[in-house]
Design a protein around this ligand. Structure first.
Ligand SMILES: [Zn+2]
Length: 115
C-alpha cells in the first residue's frame, strides 16, 4: 500500500482537487484537514457509490489502495502527527489534541468556534 501514490493523485488534480462528482469542498487552510477533504473528493470522483470505495478492484497501480483504505491510512497518519504535537497551553505531548491544539485538560468547550 502506498499513501504516496494517493497524495500524488490528489496533487495532480490541481485546482479541482476539492471537487468530487456530486459535491465539492472548500479548503480550510489547515494542510492536514484539507488533505483529508481532498481525499474524500478524490474518492467521490473515482467511485460515485461509497460501496465501491473498498471494493476489490485493483486500485494499487495508480492509487496505492482502495479509497477507503487510503482515507483511513491518511487519517491515522495525521492523527499520529497531531498526537505528538505539544498542547499550546501546557506543552504536554502525551494526549491527543483538540482542534484548538489544546489537550483535553486545557481545552474549554466552545473554544472551537470561529472568531
Ligand atoms: Zn494542555
Amino acid at each position: 500500500m502506498s499513501l504516496q501514490k494517493w497524495t500524488e493523485m490528489i496533487e495532480k488534480r490541481g485546482d479541482r482537487k476539492y471537487n468530487a462528482y456530486y459535491y465539492s469542498f472548500e479548503p480550510t487552510g489547515d494542510e492536514d484537514i484539507d488533505l483529508l477533504l481532498a481525499s474524500f473528493a478524490l474518492a467521490g470522483k473515482l467511485a460515485h457509490h461509497t460501496e465501491n470505495w473498498s471494493d476489490d478492484r485493483d486500485w494499487s497501480e495508480h492509487y496505492g489502495a482502495a479509497p477507503a483504505t487510503q482515507i483511513q491510512a491518511l487519517a491515522n497518519q495525521l492523527a499520529a502527527k497531531r498526537y505528538n504535537e505539544p498542547c499550546w497551553d501546557c506543552g504536554r505531548t502525551d494526549l491527543p489534541l483538540h482542534v484548538d491544539y489544546r489537550c483535553p485538560e486545557c481545552h474549554e468547550p466552545g473554544d472551537d468556534d470561529d472568531g
